[in-house]
Design a protein around this ligand. Structure first.
Ligand code: NAP
Length: 275
């Protein structure tokens, strides 16, 4: 099959991104003659890269760290969701206009909106205040969670983010005093590598919360992190980070092709390729 359309992901460094696997698998599954490549681009070359997107043109681009905010200045239009999150992770064409959207929010919400997980949360505690935390906060507000608290190792960063979304903060050292029923790990603690044995919350912390709730880890490699293992020991429900990763990719593919991929099939494809 000779590809007729070109897609890709840009970021720096791109390392072990699973996005090419997801999208090339989906193109093949649906007999779409397209290819999805990795385009590592340094921040200084982002403007040149966008010129290439317009001239080649590329039919769609996934955008990741560190370009999610900087790319916004180079686009013709930006969706409401991306404006709310203050970040773009998806480029697509809309009537000749290079457009930006944020599918991380849909990805984050996907597992919380399935029938099995459907419940209302009274208080969400967000651990971390980096790039992913913005999509989480936008998602939590879309979900209508009434009480949202951010804790971050560097407290001033939590305050800046909390001001942006009009939510509360708690010092990192006091994160186990919040009593949340939804706790989200948006730090790299628990990821393969130096942090794999770490968790921002332990079994005792989960037990100290007034009620059993849901622990949601954004980390997906490994699938079973220490954070989720400690939550299970305390009787909590868990959601692993692969749900969000698959959800954002499924939404990107829908924007680009109009095709709704099966969550189970995508998850199977990616999970089989995690180390
Ligand atoms: P980021 O922008 O680099 O932010 C990292 C956050 O983690 C910061 O708040 C940072 O705190 C905190 N942190 C880092 N090391 C820490 C430590 N040793 N102890 C406590 N806090 C620490 O990263 P990001 O893009 O937000 O990503 C965060 C995590 O989410 C990563 O593991 C990433 O792989 C995952 N993620 C998953 C998905 C998905 O689809 N499942 C999507 C995006 C991200 P300081 O501000 O104090 O440095």
């Amino acid at each position: 099959m000779i590809p007729q359309k070109l897609y890709g992901i840009t970021g720096h460094p791109l390392g072990q991104t699973m996005s090419p696997l997801l999208h090339n698998w989906a193109f093949a599954e649906h007999d779409i003659e397209a290819a999805y490549m990795a385009f590592p681009v340094t921040p200084e070359r982002l403007a040149d890269f966008i010129t290439s997107v317009r001239t080649l043109p590329l039919s769609g681009v996934s955008v990741t760290i560190p370009h999610k905010e900087a790319v916004m200045a180079h686009l013709d239009q930006i969706s409401v969701r991306a404006q709310t999150a203050g970040a773009v992770n998806t480029l697509y064409w809309d009537n000749g206009k290079l457009s930006g959207d944020n599918t991380d929010i849909a990805g984050f919400l996907a597992p919380l909106q399935t029938q099995a997980a459907l419940r209302t949360f009274s208080c969400a505690l967000l651990l971390g205040a980096g790039g992913a935390a913005k999509a989480v906060l936008a998602g939590l507000q879309e979900l209508g969670v009434p009480d949202i608290v951010v804790a971050n190792r560097r407290h001033e960063r939590a305050e800046t983010l909390a001001d942006e979304f009009a939510v509360k903060t708690v010092p990192w050292e006091a994160r186990n005093t919040v009593g949340a029923d939804l706790i989200i790990n948006a730090t790299p603690l628990g990821m393969y590598g130096a942090n794999v044995q770490e968790s921002p919350f332990n079994e005792k912390d989960f037990r100290a919360c007034a009620q059993h709730g849901t622990a949601y880890d954004l980390v997906y490699n490994p699938l079973q992190t220490r954070f989720l293992a400690e939550a299970v020991q305390a009787g909590w429900q868990t959601i692993d980070g692969l749900h969000m990763f698959c959800g954002q990719g499924i939404e990107q593919f829908r924007i680009w092709t109009g095709i709704q991929l099966s969550d189970t099939a995508v998850r199977h494809c990616i999970a089989n390729n995690l180390r």
